[in-house]
Design a protein around this ligand. Structure first.
Ligand SMILES: [Zn+2]
Length: 328
């Protein structure tokens, strides 16, 4: 993933001179990270403005997200840019060539559960800490691009994490609206729920942040890639980095209850709904059967809402993720 023209940087991003674009291989002095490097494009606008981090590949089999980030980094003209963009297309670098879904293959941890990281932890936590210090922490806003993983179908949505700081949360929400995807999820972290995400760590540190997702099942699909590129460019207009007027986007369906369902036992998973379907509380939404085809468990909707993503692979371990329902 390297070019000879890439510049090596250690532990921090040095900004190039105004009006230039620099390709970087970011390395870290932490001994656990010594064998690895992280590609980034640093675009410093000719005009003053905020610094934005655009990252992807926290889950590196979510290809429309990575492709969108690559295109944005190539498309942006530094002469027209107000501010700085740090585009890092691959965060979980060790998982990319091995095509490992969800987790880092070195310690089997999902990076998006361990932000802002820990320099004393295992590889994923050390990597997250290094990335947070170098790329996310010094930014005025974060866009973390995702899409359905190898075994996930997904209805495009943007999530932000409710931090309790009204000013930060309003800024994240406004970025989410500018992104223009069909659903906007205001996720309030709670014990046992979704935690340690990039957007939770960023917003807790006072950095407005969104996590847009588009794509499904590890496919590099053009409509979802274009959706992410268009959305991010609009967020850049909204934040003042691009001077064209903000495009009016279709209003998103607001989701305040984001509930993940987990398998009550291992077996084969047969969902009876599709992403985007509207479900009612207690409605049957699928079943788990044994390898002989006997029903083991039926799965019902926890509350009214829309199916935002679901696992498309029948192979299901106990407590594996089945799907998520977003309540309005
Ligand atoms: Zn993801």
């Amino acid at each position: 993933m390297k070019n000879s023209s890439d510049i090596a940087m250690i532990d921090a991003i040095e900004l190039p001179s105004a009006g230039t674009k620099q390709r970087v291989q970011l390395r870290f002095s932490h001994s656990m990270l010594a064998e690895w490097s992280w590609p980034a494009t640093v675009i410093r606008g000719a005009h003053e403005g905020p610094r934005i981090a655009i990252i992807s590949g926290v889950h590196p089999t979510e290809y429309p997200a990575i492709e969108a980030n690559i295109r944005i980094a190539r498309n942006i003209d530094p002469d027209l840019l107000h501010g700085t963009i740090v585009s890092a297309p691959l965060i979980d670098v060790p998982a990319f060539l091995s095509r490992t879904p969800f987790v880092c293959p070195i310690d089997q941890k999902n990076p998006n559960r361990f932000f802002p990281g820990d320099p004393k932890g295992t590889f994923t936590e050390v990597m997250n800490d290094a990335i947070f210090q170098a790329i996310i922490g010094p930014s005025d806003a974060l866009i973390d691009l995702h899409g359905g993983d190898l075994v996930e179908a997904l209805a495009p949505f943007t999530m932000y994490s409710v931090s309790g700081n009204e000013q930060i949360d309003a800024a994240s929400e406004a970025m989410g609206r500018a992104m223009g995807l069909g659903y906007l999820i205001a996720n309030t972290p709670k014990p046992g729920g979704l935690g340690g995400t990039t957007v939770q760590a960023a917003s807790a540190a006072g950095i407005p942040a969104i996590l847009p997702e588009a794509g499904s099942c590890g496919l590099l699909s053009e409509p979802e890639t274009a959706l992410l590129v268009d959305g991010v460019e609009n967020v850049l207009r909204h934040l003042g980095l691009l001077s064209e007027p903000v495009k009016a986007m279709p209003p998103a369906t607001m989701i305040t209850e984001f509930t993940w369902l987990f398998a009550p036992s291992e077996g084969l998973w047969y969902p009876s709904v599709e992403v985007g379907d509207t479900v009612r509380r207690d409605q049957s939404i699928g079943r788990i059967a044994s390898i002989f085809g006997d029903d083991i468990a039926s799965v019902t909707a926890p509350h009214d809402g829309d199916v935002l993503f679901l696992t498309t692979s029948p192979a299901m371990r106990e407590s594996g993720v089945l799907l998520a329902v977003g309540g309005r």
